[in-house]
Design a protein around this ligand. Structure first.
Ligand code: SAH
Ligand code: DHB
Ligand code: MG
Length: 213
């Protein structure tokens, strides 16, 4: 199967079983000139399914961008706290939350997550890490601090077209993902896997872990 068909299949999934109520947010993001780093619509639907599956009441997200993934997470019924370093991105996200009628369920905290995370208190039922990849190990420490037993920790972009396999890579994002895997490997409180994904966003993947009691 060729890469172009991945996008066609993603669009088919979205058209049939997982319609996207937040297309307006993606349009506003593109119009504001933000990078298209949002999860795909089908991946957004996965985030909602995961949040519902753990009956999430509170979700923490690191890396808001235009708020697209936060909207899917909030659609589960959970309250979402989302962290973003860029005021320009946060402005677009706030408008997107308001347009979707979900602003009262999403709290946006502006600042570098390394600075804002220490004052974030749990418990959270799901933590979605999707910001600067070199900081993944730091974000995992905070996720472990605030996640309740049985919570899900989900990390985006852990495959990157397979580049993460290269142990001698000097790409800081690859190194961040590999350090994250090392940390998860040694963490007895986590039971984890990763799923590779193909689709409109190419070949990438999510790490998905559950916090043991
Ligand atoms: N979760 C979003 C995409 C996030 S893109 C979605 O799927 O819709 C990554 C975001 O992380 C960008 O907006 C970027 O500005 C933000 N970011 C980068 N470094 C950060 C940091 N140190 N603290 C908080 N956010 C950061
Ligand atoms: C990129 C993609 C992402 O999903 C993300 O969170 C950050 C960066 C990228 O394509 O570079
Ligand atoms: Mg991402």
């Amino acid at each position: 199967m060729s890469a172009p068909a991945w996008g066609d299949l993603d669009r088919w999934i979205t058209r049939t079983i997982a319609p996207d109520p937040f297309e307006g947010a993606l349009r506003a993001s593109a119009e504001a000139g933000l990078p298209a780093y949002d999860v795909s619509p089908a991946q957004g639907a996965l985030l909602e399914v995961l949040a519902r599956s753990v009956r999430a009441e509170r979700v923490l997200e690191v890396g808001t961008l235009a708020g697209y993934s936060a909207l899917w997470l909030a659609r589960s019924g959970a309250r979402v706290v989302t962290l973003e370093v860029s005021e320009a991105h946060a402005r677009v996200a706030r408008a997107n939350f308001a347009r979707a009628g979900l602003a009262d369920r999403i709290e946006l905290v502006v600042g570098s997550a390394a600075d804002t995370l220490p004052s974030i208190e749990g418990p959270f039922d799901l933590v979605f890490v999707d910001a600067d990849k070199p900081s993944n190990p730091l974000y995992l420490e905070h996720a472990l601090r605030v996640a309740r037993v049985g919570a899900l920790i989900v990390v985006d972009n852990v495959v990157r077209e397979g580049r993460v396999l290269d142990g001698s890579s000097d790409d800081p994002s690859v190194r961040g993902v590999r350090a994250l895997f090392d940390r998860v490997e040694r963490e007895p409180r986590l039971r984890a896997t990763a799923i590779q994904t193909v689709g409109a966003k190419g070949h990438d993947g999510f790490l998905i872990a559950t916090v043991l009691g």
